[in-house]
Design a protein. Structure first.
Lengths: 303, 134
């Protein structure tokens, strides 16, 4: 165990940097509180997988500190491994062996393996222990990998794109298992996803990453609450004021739509005071925020 | 325990944030009398697991319901429906008030006020009772 370790944090990254020839992670700070689900979102190539591999100790950072369940990474990677369950799409299973063989194999290594839960997962995921890996579909492979990780009941689950390429039923099965993990306050989950709907539904915390930088990282309720779309009627002769907290305004004729990333009721009052009529204030889905935020942060970088 | 929350559902076509949907469904159960005053309700974590939504979302719904006096949460003892007599009826009143306010707002934007608005409301009421008698 390291000194100064925050016991309520499952993951703690401080100023983590990693330089590649065409890409770099730039001073990543990330906290995942224990007992919570963190959703990592960002476009392709944003740095999600690199961040995940650094906190697992699979990739070594050039600078900065990474602590996972109190273990300093990558130095204490070997001891940390017992408590971390990691699954990603490119996970390799032995093609000529059965799923049951893999289950016995993992069971022989990890004393926390829960055989009864493994049987429950087999049923829920519609998998057969007797089946060889080479005969499995993509979805069955993903579910098999997850089964092998989930049945270990690790304190921290790290999942890189766990629902990519799955049909809606399989996706819901996975989400169900992830939320079931949360019945135990001592366990935590970090998962990356392109599926903003999944992240919006099950995450307690959201981290937004783009071009190797963290744009936002906070609890989901606060985050969603800050974003709003204001639908305005602008009578002729009235000019909309420029307001802080508004990141974009589109106007066509007498109708305008303003997007806020730091919404407060005063913004609506300010528009009303300028002579505009606020017709509606709408919440935004994470998907809408995602698109608006990427566009906005890139404009800021280029400006 | 989970069967108690079997009819809760979060909808993606519902434009309201998830915490508001959860609040609405809890209030509805109280309004129709299924959840009587003082009845114990699921813990935040349990409802989150049952609904497959994040703990923080349910926590927010509970906090807002507590602020509105609909539920009471006691440290270590869990949450229950507030023991306020007539709570269900009050929630139904509130629902009506909300819709009337919305209608008045749209009417104001159209320049319909006072007696004109009352008249339109009466007309709407007449149309409904006509439909019922047919």
């Amino acid at each position: 165990m390291s000194e100064n370790y925050h016991h309520d944090l499952a993951i703690e990254l401080r100023g983590v940097c990693k330089k590649y020839r065409f890409f770099s992670l730039d001073h990543i700070d990330l906290d995942v509180p224990q007992g919570q689900i963190m959703g990592l979102i960002g476009p392709n190539g944003a740095g999600k997988s690199t961040t995940i591999r650094i906190l697992l100790g699979l990739v070594h950072q050039d600078a900065g500190e990474a602590r996972v369940l109190g273990h300093r990474m990558p130095a204490e990677q070997v001891t940390a491994k017992w408590d971390i369950g990691f699954a990603s799409e490119d996970m390799r299973l032995y093609e000529s062996m059965t799923l049951g063989w893999h289950m016995n194999f993992i069971r022989s290594i990890y004393p926390t393996w829960d055989a009864a839960y493994a049987q429950v997962l087999l049923k829920r995921f519609g998998l057969l222990a007797e089946q060889k890996i080479k005969g499995l579909s993509h979805g069955q492979r993903v579910k098999s990998t997850l089964l092998l990780v989930l049945a270990r009941k690790p304190k921290l689950l790290v999942l890189d794109e766990p629902t990519t390429g799955l049909d809606p039923v399989a996706r819901h099965e996975i989400l169900r298992e992830l939320t079931d993990v949360m019945a135990d306050e001592g366990r935590s989950v970090l998962f990356s996803s392109h599926n903003t709907q999944d992240v919006e539904q099950i995450s307690d915390q959201i981290t937004f990453i783009d071009r190797g930088r963290i744009i936002d990282s906070m609890d989901k309720e606060t985050y969603l609450d800050r974003w709003r779309r204001l639908r305005l009627e602008v009578p002729s002769g009235i000019e909309l004021p420029v307001l802080p907290g508004i990141i974009g305004v589109r106007q066509e004729g007498r109708l305008a739509v303003a997007t806020a990333n730091a919404f407060e009721p005063d913004l609506a009052n300010a528009y009303e005071n300028s002579g505009a009529i606020v017709q509606r204030i709408e919440n935004m889905t994470l998907e809408e925020i995602f698109v608006a935020n990427v566009a906005h942060s890139r404009e800021e970088v280029e400006a | 325990m989970s069967s108690m929350n079997g009819t809760f559902s979060i909808s993606q076509t519902d434009k309201r944030p998830m915490y508001l949907q959860i609040m609405g469904q809890i209030k509805q159960r109280i309004a129709v009398g299924d959840w009587e005053e003082g009845r114990p309700i699921s813990s935040i974590r349990q409802l989150a697991v049952d609904l497959r939504v994040s703990v923080i979302t349910v926590k927010r719904a509970y906090l807002e319901l507590e602020r509105e006096g609909v539920i009471v949460t006691q440290q270590g003892k869990g949450s229950h429906v507030a023991s306020t007599p007539g709570l269900g009826a009050r929630l139904r009143e509130q629902e009506l008030g909300k819709y009337l306010e919305q209608a008045a707002r749209i009417a104001a934007q159209l320049g319909i006020r006072g007696e004109d608005l009352e008249h339109r409301l009466r007309e709407a009421g007449d149309r409904i009772s006509e439909k019922e008698t047919i």
